[in-house]
Design a protein around this ligand. Structure first.
Ligand code: ZN
Length: 62
């Protein structure tokens, strides 16, 4: 049996949003209550689309 001693990593969660009209992708810090496919604010870029949470991921804090 091998033992792996992994250093503990701190993950910083991020939310990626995509506009359903112009497909602009924005990345921001994860906010409480975010989930994939959640509709968020109106797109600032094109003005008529809505942004939707595309994915949520964690980035290792160094
Ligand atoms: Zn847009």
């Amino acid at each position: 049996m091998r033992l792996f001693k992994k250093k503990e990593e701190i993950l910083d969660p991020y939310t990626v949003e995509r506009c359903n009209s112009c497909n602009k992708i924005t990345k921001r810090k994860f906010k409480e209550g975010d989930y994939v496919f959640k509709m968020t604010d109106k797109c600032i870029s094109c003005g008529n689309g809505h942004r939707m949470v595309d994915k949520i991921f964690g980035e290792v804090v160094k």
